[in-house]
Design a protein around this ligand. Structure first.
Ligand code: KG4
Ligand code: ZN
Length: 332
């Protein structure tokens, strides 16, 4: 069964055809990095305008590359939120129009669920597992008891981890997105050079990154001659320690034997190495999607769409996107 996935939740326009929820037939991602680079972050208005330009060519290419026709597509799965509302609207309006014009059923997917399900494109972790979704817009920990059964353990109280990466990269005078640049530059630095704060909220599984970002700002003001490589490495070490400690603590206290990472920050080379090593010490299995499936893509939306379509959870044309849409909530 072929599902066409569409994701325009943030700054990438993506469409993908996935077979039976686990086999990628085509996956097209059109990045907007070039547009937002000079601003050091995403400009929402520019993002929606670019989605409008790209949605038809991207969907066309995904269909063409799949070798299938619209007649072979069983359902269209589209991200309904959370994300930038103008960006989401482009994907949702396009998906509704295509569903109407071609008479193909429509399913609506929470973008965060897509990130969690991305692992099923490459592996088959047993339930239950702890999922850490860590991206530019989100940082949250969930216990996943099955497809569609998510309970949130904790989340960031302020910035997402990826947002902290992007903001610190801007403070250091690097480009956008900051995550991959810091990942590369930190490899040449000393992670123990500066001790930045680890923002863990007591008696909860919540985390915080805004204090860390301010600490980097204050450090650079006080010591403008600091080696950027050391600042990057020390900052990254704090982010990774926060994420890994909380994920392992969450798994242990919920007696869960495996953790699944997803979202753009899960592409980080040091995070990938350290989480594997630390989890191994504690007898916990780690599942990491390939880097290109950690960052936003429509294959993960098509994969999640397969399970919702199998459950006959189709939506009608009253579907509207939502910028704020916690996973596991009433309409989440
Ligand atoms: O999942 P994603 O593509 O979009 C959202 O849903 O937010 O994540 C993008 C975020 C950006 O903040 C980017 O800086 C970060 O993921 N990122 C990384 C790496 N690659 C992307 N952060 C750290 N290390 C990386 N290698
Ligand atoms: Zn995302």
């Amino acid at each position: 069964m072929l599902i066409l996935g569409i994701d325009t939740s943030c700054d990438d326009t993506s469409a993908s055809v996935v077979e039976n929820g686990n086999k990628i037939i085509s996956n097209i991602v059109s990045s907007q990095n070039e547009i937002h680079q000079k601003y050091g972050g995403i400009v929402p208005e520019l993002a929606s305008r670019r989605h409008i330009e790209m949605i038809i060519p991207v969907v066309d290419e995904a269909i063409k590359k799949s070798g299938a026709g619209f007649n072979d597509i069983s359902a269209i799965a589209v991200s309904k939120g959370p994300g930038l509302i103008g960006s989401l609207l482009v994907g949702v309006c396009f998906a509704k129009a295509l569903s109407f014009a071609k008479n193909i059923p429509l399913v609506a997917i929470n973008h965060l669920e897509g990130h969690i399900i991305s692992i099923f494109l490459e592996a088959r972790p047993e339930f239950p597992f702890l999922a850490l979704v860590v991206s530019g817009g989100h940082t949250a920990f969930y216990i996943v008891d099955g497809f569609g059964i998510y309970s949130e353990l904790g989340r960031t109280r302020d910035d997402a981890a990826g947002e902290a990466y992007d903001k610190v990269a801007k403070l250091l005078g690097f480009g956008y997105p900051g995550g991959p640049i810091i990942d590369t530059i930190a490899a040449k630095g000393n992670a123990d050079a500066i001790t930045f704060p680890r923002g863990l909220i007591k008696e909860s599984f919540d985390v915080s990154f805004s204090g860390l970002k301010t600490a980097v700002f204050n450090h650079l003001k006080k010591y403008p001659e600091s080696r950027k490589e050391d600042v990057a490495a020390s900052f990254q070490s704090a982010v990774i320690e926060i994420l890994i400690n909380r994920a392992l603590e969450g798994a242990r206290s919920n007696k869960v034997k495996r953790i699944v990472l997803s979202g753009g920050v899960a592409a980080n080379s040091v995070l990938r190495k350290q989480v594997r090593a630390k989890a191994f010490e504690q007898g916990i299995e780690v599942y990491l999607p390939s880097e290109h499936l950690c960052t936003d893509n429509a294959a993960m939306i098509a994969a999640a769409g397969y399970y919702h379509f199998e459950n006959k959870e189709m939506v009608d044309f009253t579907l509207n996107p939502k910028a704020y849409l916690p996973l596991g909530s009433a309409n989440g």
